[in-house]
Ligand binder design. Structure first.
Ligand code: PMP
Length: 428
């Protein structure tokens, strides 16, 4: 039986880990069935505990741009590990990766490393509040910025997949400072700003949303946010945890030519190890302890293994512009192929894509915000997901997630994926 060992491992895990997983989306609850337990991964493929191989489109939710177990990254980690794994003291490699990141990303002079995307976003908002002396923030429905209390208001990703976009445990006091806006709706943002004049510290946004499917900003939206922020003395915080170093070397800031005041990173910047970071111009970063009054810290922050992996990853991305073009072409090819076979099978669908991020939605109207994303047919998605899984294609187990391509994927892998979609399309 397929998934035999995964099922057994899942049963064991559920006895000692809530839901059997350490992060909810992994549990397959939205699509049903047993989560696949990963034994190992290499390049574009993962192998599960039952020795079945899959072509991979999650890529650790973004960071494995160069594929799994990429040799330069693994070598760097192994070499570092031999010299000790954590000191809680400064090391040279932290400055090296900081210098490289600052040179790759526009509008930042300084960067602080943390251990996750959640920490990066949480710290960025604290810094924005400390710097502006204001309390409120605007976030967008369907955007996910990690599981820190203030962000769990109409959050995307697993929070919405599991029906808790507003999580119990978040106090009214915290929730009242999070103002909720509609993605891609500038008028709505304007109204909120006017209703809260002088009280808003920052607008935090996924400049290309990836946690309600992939939703690129409509023309003029980010430019409009930038102008509103300038006009009302609000900091614009780009959460580039998914998009940073993926959509371009300098992320969405570079790709779309919009500058943010604070930028958050995660996943990619650690080459797949637990890392996050936030960055800004010197004037803002100087508000952080020990230079300034805004406190932020971490025992494992700047961990040598994580820095070694991140540095190896960023060095390669920095040296090879062709990676971004190649990823873009592969994603375009996949988009075209999937659109053709779904259209031929009369399956109503929308495909959103930008760079190497793509999502397939089973609905009639274009998906431009959380409300339109939520209109997708979940029964069709479930069949689509399981059909592909059976055929050895692993996509994210929720319609509110994005597929991430790695450059390790070959055109043969993409053709196999399109063929699998063709076979599944008949059942949708
Ligand atoms: N921001 C965005 C845009 C994310 O996609 C995520 C995680 N998927 C986070 C923040 C939180 O990162 P982490 O899971 O590393 O805490």
């Amino acid at each position: 039986m397929e998934y035999k060992r995964s099922s057994a491992l899942f049963a064991e895990a559920q006895k000692v880990i809530p839901g059997g997983v350490n992060s909810p989306v992994r549990a397959f609850k939205a699509v049903g069935g047993t989560p696949i337990f990963v034994k190992e991964a290499k390049g574009a493929y993962i192998i599960d505990e039952d020795d079945k191989q899959y072509i991979e489109y999650i890529n650790s939710w973004g960071p494995m741009i160069l594929g799994h177990a990429h040799k330069p990254v693994i070598d760097a980690v192994v070499e570092k590990a031999k010299k000790g794994t954590s000191f809680g003291m400064p090391t040279e490699i932290e400055t090296k990766i900081a210098e490289l990141a600052v040179s790759m990303v526009p509008n930042i002079d300084m960067i602080r490393f943390v251990n996750s995307g959640t920490e990066a976003c949480m710290s960025a908002v604290r810094l924005a509040r400390g710097y502006t002396g204001k309390d409120k923030m605007i976030k967008f429905a369907g955007c996910y910025h990690g599981h820190s209390d203030a962000f769990l208001i109409q959050a995307g990703s697993g929070a919405v997949t599991f029906g808790s976009p507003n999580s119990p445990g978040v106090t009214q006091g915290t929730a009242k400072d999070t103002l909720l806006a509609r993605y891609n709706d500038l008028e709505n943002v304007k109204e909120i700003i006017l209703q809260n004049e002088g009280e808003i510290a920052c607008i935090i946004i996924e400049p290309v949303a990836g946690n309600m499917g992939c939703i690129p900003p409509v023309a003029g939206f980010l430019e409009g946010l930038r102008a509103l922020c300038d006009e009302h003395n609000i900091l614009l915080v780009f959460d580039e945890v998914m998009t940073g170093f993926r959509l371009a070397k300098g992320g969405v800031q570079e790709l779309l030519g919009i500058h943010a005041d604070i930028v958050c990173f995660g996943k990619v910047i650690g080459g797949g190890l637990p890392v996050g970071a936030f960055a800004a111009r010197k004037e803002i970063m100087s508000y952080l302890a020990p230079l300034g009054p805004v406190y932020q810290a971490g025992t494992l922050s700047g961990n040598p293994l994580a820095m070694a992996a991140g540095l190896a990853m960023l060095e390669e991305l920095n040296a090879k512009d062709e990676i971004f073009t190649s990823l873009q072409k592969k994603t375009e090819y996949l988009h075209k192929g999937i659109a053709e076979v779904l259209t031929a099978a009369n399956v109503t669908h929308q495909i959103n894509r930008i760079g190497s991020m793509i999502s397939v939605h089973f609905c009639e109207e274009p998906v431009i915000d959380f409300a339109s994303s939520a209109k997708g047919n979940n029964d069709s998605f479930k069949k689509f997901f399981h059909g592909l899984l059976d055929k050895g294609i692993y996509i994210a187990p929720s319609a509110f997630e994005t597929w991430f391509l790695s450059d390790a994927l070959s055109y043969e892998d993409l053709d196999k994926t399109i063929q699998a979609v063709k076979e599944v399309a008949g059942e949708l």
